[in-house]
Design a binder for this molecule. Structure first.
Ligand code: MRU
Length: 351
């Protein structure tokens, strides 16, 4: 996708350096950062310099490539197996991270020498990134068919190209619909506490000239009751075999309200987000992040200074679950690279 007219991916590899668009400073600055080792890549995932399930998956793959390229040739198996453990320990909910790391690990295990392991890991990383981009494009094509010209669409969090390698999952259909000439308006949930909607989705939509408004998370129900929203579309961090969906905290309440008003609620995600080993949403591990994200907010002052400010009493504590689970009964359809599926039919996709 384009930033000021120049095409970018969210994450890519140069030699053994992982390059990322540094997300904490968007929308105020556009900055590329270099991650020199798999340790730095793990920290970037944990601290959400790169975030969003498919982008985290790509970071996991590229972290594994760094690990094998930088490993001592005589000990590459143990080195990469420890690297995989470290990278997997960064964020527990996004299935893509585990899926993608296991694919590279498998290639490394199959190799008969360090050179061969390096070669196989690079081939696998290229394949996995190409597959991810292609999946998002197909999600975009299938999903765009669901939107009528003039629909107002609600989205939560950022499931755009910053959350993937390119195109996005929930935002890809919006981008494809715009290219088909449809005029859609997007309601962007702010997505407290980290503001992925107000900071990232709003910025992405602006880059694509798509009409939108940021709304406080609490306002979505008001607009649904006013008949102002025709469709809801979100991404997913993990989808259980029964169609229950883990996504950014606050998704569940939007789904319940949409259900109440008969508004179609779609989930867009590549197949790599589906965890067929996870029977129901209750089995999905939910990440609990630091209370500081709730107790403080941050942004850029008018003088250009980045500020972190406390918005809660000094003595208050906070709780900060990063995701919630939307039961399958509230989900109208799951859009993958293979089409649009009823949540109950997911088992048919098991490879
Ligand atoms: O905590 P984040 O910002 O990584 O959470 C991101 C989300 O919840 C997205 O909706 C999800 O990963 C889908 S991204 C295509």
């Amino acid at each position: 996708m384009n930033v000021n007219g120049k095409p970018y991916r969210t994450i890519w590899l140069e030699g053994d350096i992982v390059k990322i668009i540094y997300q904490p400073v968007i929308p105020h600055k556009f900055e590329i950062r270099s991650l020199r080792t798999h340790h730095e890549t793990a920290t970037a995932i944990r601290d959400m310099w790169v975030r969003g399930a498919p982008a985290i998956g790509a970071a996991g793959v590229l972290g594994m490539v760094q690990a094998v390229l930088q490993s001592p040739p005589e000990n590459y198996r143990q080195f990469t197996s420890e690297a995989a453990e470290l990278l997997k320990s960064t964020r527990p909910t996004a299935q893509n991270l585990f899926f993608e790391i296991d694919q590279v690990l498998h290639c490394i295990e199959e190799a008969n020498s360090w050179e061969n392991a390096c070669e196989k890991a690079v081939v696998q990383a290229n394949h996995s990134i190409d597959t991810s981009i292609h999946a998002c494009q197909n999600i975009g094509k299938f999903g765009a068919e669901l939107f009528e010209d003039g629909d107002a669409i609600l989205t939560h969090c950022n499931a755009g190209w910053l959350a993937c390698v390119d195109w996005g999952s929930a935002l890809a259909p919006i981008y494809y619909a715009a290219r088909d000439g449809k005029q859609n308006f997007v309601y962007v949930d702010e997505t407290r506490p980290r503001g992925q909607g107000s900071r990232l989705t709003a910025w992405e939509l602006g880059q694509e000239n798509i009409e939108h408004a940021v709304i406080a998370d609490n306002a979505a129900g008001y607009y649904m009751a006013q008949n102002s929203i025709q469709k809801v579309i979100v991404g997913a961090d993990r989808i259980a075999a029964n169609g229950d969906v883990a996504n950014k905290i606050g998704t569940f309440t939007k789904a319940v309200v949409a259900f109440e008003y008969g508004i179609p609620f779609y989930v867009a995600a590549p197949l790599s987000t589906i965890d067929f080993e996870c029977p129901t949403g209750a089995d999905i591990p939910i990440e609990e992040r630091t209370p500081e994200e709730v107790l403080y907010t941050w942004g850029m002052a008018d003088n250009g200074e980045f500020l972190r400010v406390r918005t809660t009493p000094a003595e208050s504590s906070a709780k900060n679950p990063a995701f919630d689970v939307t039961p399958a009964k509230y989900v109208t359809g799951i859009i993958t690279e293979q089409g649009i599926h009823a949540p109950a039919d997911l088992h048919q996709l098991k490879g």
